[in-house]
Design a protein around this ligand. Sequence first.
Ligand SMILES: Cc1cc2nc3c(=O)[nH]c(=O)nc-3n(C[C@H](O)[C@H](O)[C@H](O)COP(=O)(O)OP(=O)(O)OC[C@H]3O[C@@H](n4cnc5c(N)ncnc54)[C@H](O)[C@@H]3O)c2cc1C
Length: 379
Amino acid sequence: MLPFANLSFWEKETFLTNVDYLIIGSGIVGLSTAIHLKKKQPNKKVLILERGYLPTGASTKNAGFACIGSASELLDDLNHSSENEVFETVEKRWKGLLYLRQLLTDEAIDFQKLGSHELFQANEKTLYNECIEKLSFLNTSLEKITSIPRVFQTAPQHLVISGMNGFQHAIFNAAEGQIDTGKMMKSLVSLAQSLGVKILNSIEVTHINTNEVVTNYGKISFHKLAICVNGLAKQFMPNEDVAPARAQVVVTSPIKNLQPNGIYHFDKGYYYFRNIGNRILFGGGRNLNFEAEETDELNTSDQIINHLSSLLETHILPNSAFTIEHQWAGTMGIGKTKAPIVKHLKDSIYCGVRLGGMGVAIGTIVGKDLSKLILDSTS
Ligand SMILES: Cc1cc2nc3c(=O)[nH]c(=O)nc-3n(C[C@H](O)[C@H](O)[C@H](O)COP(=O)(O)OP(=O)(O)OC[C@H]3O[C@@H](n4cnc5c(N)ncnc54)[C@H](O)[C@@H]3O)c2cc1C
């Protein structure tokens, strides 16, 4: 492909010059930031640069769980953070989901409010009992946020009807649901483009200077820059606490009379599965090898894929014939805390990164917050 220097006057004028807001990354956050900037300032030029021929981050690779947090996860968070912090985060997720649904519509993202189940294995009796002890406290706190009475309920009957094996207990969460990840991203891209946002694919930013970025084809100047690259942010902000974490997923062949319906988590959220029509999507296993999974490589590892396949056979689909038809890896952005980094870094440079494992719930609201920060700031 031609370097920028060899493009025509028209090409440079139309696509690459006088960029008011330049955004790196066309995931949920980059697209939402662009949408909000364009909605507020329709006459400004908003350009997104994306390294992949498709968006190549977590936003097109995730499991489509519309989550606010399972009982064991919230209790674990309460051990490390204050009650205020934990429930503020839950509220952000809840409001984020409502906002995503309002921005794109339930139909466009195929939102299904089937609820979720947290499953407990035989060796997790203590954890389950802790959850049961605190269930009414969690329900009181969550009702204030969601207006749903009894968000969490025990669901022993579900284990019998779902045909699974090896799980002793289940807790139902009435506030969660699932989306079609592909449809969500298609809708976000369409909305951004309909507002006049330009998206250029296969352009990788390699370096950021005060008012220009260096890419694989040349330089582009900007008035303000938003870095929305999630788990790949370290290269541009070495002092921030953000690291890549690989997450791997498999999808089965279609299964006759598939029983599990909705979304499920187990082992403190390290494993998650759902149905996609009559298939099962199953992901997780990062806890098998944290060190090796702190990578932005997009290949899958035999260790984790084999483990997922084996758990499908023994625990999730013990009575069904299936094959693994799809498998992939994606990059999450994680740090010591679960909160995203939405920040003015320096000069005209801002970021919205480190979305963790809940980007579906908070991604569009992070984009909205970031656009507000950019618009309100005088630099
Ligand atoms: C396998 C998997 C399953 C998940 N499941 C769920 C789930 O069920 N529910 C949930 O809420 N969350 C889930 N997540 C997390 C969620 O997907 C993310 O939190 C969210 O998508 C992050 O969005 P983002 O826009 O910040 O980043 P990303 O979607 O990662 O977007 C960043 C973009 O920046 C681009 N980019 C990076 N560097 C450059 C560069 N130098 N130049 C140009 N472009 C660049 C990338 O190609 C990418 O497209 C999952 C993540 C993974 C990986």
